[in-house]
Design a protein around this ligand. Structure first.
Ligand code: BG6
Length: 511
């Protein structure tokens, strides 16, 4: 992650001064959606922004029985559809000539010797110099196999002059034990500095900006603690249902899909202690320290402080939508949750007695990700003998998506002879200020992997710390089937219990 606080407007030009060196990217699972919708459009965007080396190639590998020509054609149409920027034929032709396809099963050793030969050719043809980024865009069932087979073919071996990095997609494990075992297996073959566990939330500009906002400014951090902050609310709301992923979702559920990864990234950045420098390991140690400071949930806490929900039929944007149990590849009596809310406490000096309320779900009324930080009221009301009976609540809101910006809500005197206070808002809008910067959100992460910067990737302990926090929830939910599913209509803010969770503390959800 290249952070340039002095010249934030032209990030692309800043990065250009340090373009990645020659390399090839090998995408496992190249026929899948992620490749078409995100990875290729990102690489193409990087080319447009001069963030790819001239000596570059892409090799797609999957079981689909197609050849390089068909793969190139397929990617031409998908990139036209999904690239965030304009389609430029000249750049695309440069790109297209560097795309190759290899068909095979991920567990077939022969595929890896073929891959070795193809890479040697690509190195000769495109000058990629033996630097390889392996992107595992496959189901998690293949992570171990691919790394193992790649190592048997000696494709993983880095040297003084050549790097070999592996991006591992989520989900990384399905509980603490499986994540730990996967880490152990990967680390028998690879070094930690070769493993890039990706969480696409860390590719979002607004998420990265949380650190700049907190640690690149002098005015906020002094108030960033229990003396001034009353509570923090993190909401990741989606209007979509499970789309075509019923099969995956039935096994994962909302908690696994969103909380120990995306939600905890937001939580770590908002609540972690300042790192002493912007070194990848220093930052990542601070994140683990924060997640490890979350007060462990007892089974009793899971009952009182964690809420699960599943959507039934309802309406989104005025249109009727089906309930979860009638979605494709979902069991008609499914007890999989599509909504999670929880209250967490952080046991450190900074956050003593400050509740963190987290809420995420599918088929909620609007798509929004935001973090609302509520400040405490002044110690006493100065305006007691006036018409001002209630002071306005002070919120700092970080809008992560789709609206990208930061707003501050406070009270101001309403003009006129009477002393009246009304809520006003100060807004910073990314788009207004910096202009549009079309991206898929994967560009920075791929770039960082190419230059060997792991700051925005999860270290083994980061991942395990997250699973450790949610493990009691997984256990309670596994042993006690929900009796009230579906318990929220699509298009509403989740089950009533999610409101009770916060109302019983005398608070409300901000949205
Ligand atoms: C993915 C989850 O990791 O994140 C999806 O598997 C979810 O279920 C998605 O929809 C949300 O990402 P974003 O960037 O749209 O908020």
């Amino acid at each position: 992650m290249t952070m340039t606080v002095t010249n934030p407007i032209n990030l692309a030009s800043t990065l250009c001064e340090m373009p990645p060196g020659p390399c090839a990217i090998i995408i496992f699972g190249a026929a899948g959606d992620l490749t078409k919708r995100k990875l290729l459009p990102s690489l193409y965007n990087m080319r447009l922004n001069k963030l790819l080396p001239e000596n570059f190639a892409v090799i797609g590998l999957s079981r689909a029985p197609i050849n390089t020509d068909a793969f190139r054609e397929d990617l031409t149409s998908s990139t036209k559809e999904y690239a965030a920027s304009r389609f430029d034929a000249e750049h695309w032709n440069w790109f297209k000539e560097r795309i190759y396809y290899l068909q095979g099963n991920f567990d077939d050793a022969k595929v890896y010797s073929n891959l070795g030969e193809l890479l040697a050719n690509v190195d000769r043809e495109h000058g990629t110099q033996g630097n390889y980024l392996f992107y595992l865009a496959t189901s998690e069932d293949y992570f171990e196999t691919i790394v193992e087979r790649a190592s048997q073919a000696n494709l993983h071996q880095a040297s003084e002059t050549q790097w070999r990095h592996f991006i591992i997609e989520k989900p990384f494990g399905r509980d603490l034990k499986s994540a730990h075992e996967l880490n152990k297996k990967l680390l028998t073959v690879l070094k930690e500095n070769q493993i890039y566990r990706i969480d696409h939330y860390l590719g979002k500009e607004t998420v990265q900006n949380i650190l700049v906002f907190r640690f690149g400014n002098g005015i906020f951090e002094p108030t960033w603690n229990h003396h001034y902050i009353d509570n923090v609310q993190i909401t990741v709301a989606e209007t979509v249902g499970v789309e075509a992923r019923g099969g995956f979702y039935e096994k994962a559920g909302n908690l696994r899909d969103m909380v120990p990864n995306h939600m905890f990234q937001l939580l770590s950045f908002i609540a972690m202690e300042p790192p002493t420098c912007f070194d990848a390991d220093v930052v990542r140690s601070k994140k683990t320290e924060l997640i490890n400071s979350i007060r462990p949930l007892t089974y009793e806490d899971v009952h009182t402080n964690v809420v699960r929900g599943q959507y039934g039929t309802g309406e989104i944007d005025g249109q009727p939508v089906p309930g979860y149990r009638t979605e494709n590849r979902v069991a008609p009596d499914s007890s999989t949750e599509t909504f999670t809310a929880m209250k967490l406490m952080i046991d450190n000096w900074r956050w003593v007695d400050v509740p963190f309320y987290l809420r995420t779900g599918k088929r909620l009324p609007k798509r929004t990700t935001e973090i609302a930080i509520k400040f405490k009221s002044p110690p006493s009301c100065l305006f007691r003998n006036t018409t001002v009976s209630n002071l306005v609540e002070n919120y700092l809101i970080m809008h992560i998506q789709p609206h990208e910006g930061i707003s501050l809500e406070f009270g101001a005197k309403i003009p006129g002879p009477l002393l009246q206070v009304g809520p006003v808002q100060m807004d910073f809008d990314y788009q207004d200020y910096f202009g549009p910067s079309p991206s898929t959100g994967y560009e920075t992460l791929i770039y960082d992997c190419m230059v060997g910067d792991q700051t925005l990737f999860q270290r083994d302990d980061n991942v395990e710390a997250g699973w450790h926090v949610v493990q009691p929830i997984l256990e309670v939910w596994q042993s006690e089937k929900p009796k009230d599913f579906p318990n929220y209509p699509a298009g509403t803010w989740g089950p009533l219990a999610a409101n009770k969770l916060i109302n019983r503390d005398g608070r409300d959800w901000k949205i």
